[in-house]
Write a protein that binds this ligand. Sequence first.
Ligand code: DP6
Length: 331
Amino acid sequence: MLKATAVASPNIALIKYWGNRDATLRLPSNGSISMTLGGLTTETSVTFNADFQRDEFFLNGEPIFGDALNRVSNHLDYIRRLAGIDTSAIVESRNNFPIGVGIASSASGFSALTVAASAAAGLDLSQQELSRLSRLGSGSACRSIYGGYVEWHRGEGDEDSFATPLAKANHWNLVDIIVVIHKEHKATGSTQGHLLAETSPLQDPRVEDADRRLDVCRSAILSKDFHRLATVVEQDSNMMHAVMMTSSPPLLYIRPETIAVMKKITDLRSKGLEVCYTIDAGPNVHCICTPSFEQEVTSEFSNLQGVIDIIRAIPGPDASIIEVEATDPQE
Ligand code: DP6
């Protein structure tokens, strides 16, 4: 039997995924674009062994049960089906970044799990296939298969909804300064949130305009036009939060301190600093800036009241296998 270990990084969406056409298959309502966050990693080992009675999942050394274990186990089922095996597995996963700080660990978690589990099951899959499979575990995970700047195509169905690389990590050295305002576990996670998206009267117009935002974002990245990028990234984030706030029941992730940081960023940009904000399903703010302004942005927010941590990331690498070992040399 094989044990395989993979490493993957989370990503920050510049054009957001919010809402599914098919929640089970995680077929998104719109395409999305992200930057993979290098320096932040999830390392996951998967061992299949016929002697194991059931799947087990350890996160940062702690055994995990209930819904989170079932989600991992269901994901392993996709890989077992492909490999034609029915063996149970032990999954050991470690994040080098704290949970609940506005960095989606499901993206790096499910991409690392997909890469490790498919190698441990003896499959040799393309990155496209790994991206498609990762999507079934967590939508945003399909983007974490690739480093740098990445686009997830909405696709027509299960077969063609996957991510492709847009530009390599060294194409544009943007920096993500994550301003952490709150670390509490959020009441409504993304999976639940996606289900509410269609209850908002603003979701249809948001989705209808998505191709335009994707075009602007894609070309701003390719031409390294910070000003165009900043405008569309902030607009897209605000549109997603407008949908969240107008869902039934409404989802309000942003806090007063979030607004204070957003306003400060708008101020700084009007003074000529290349920085913009984007906010996921939580109160923390991702400040995307060019390296020349990193220092100024960081010191601005380290002194702001209500800020409890600052985490930095730069465009990172593809998800990859770091080790494959035979656990039973007789076989
Ligand atoms: C706001 O990928 O975490 O971060 O598919 O249920 O795992 P699941 O949802 P997830 O949703 C991410 C939502 C977002 C925007 C984004 O990353 O595109």
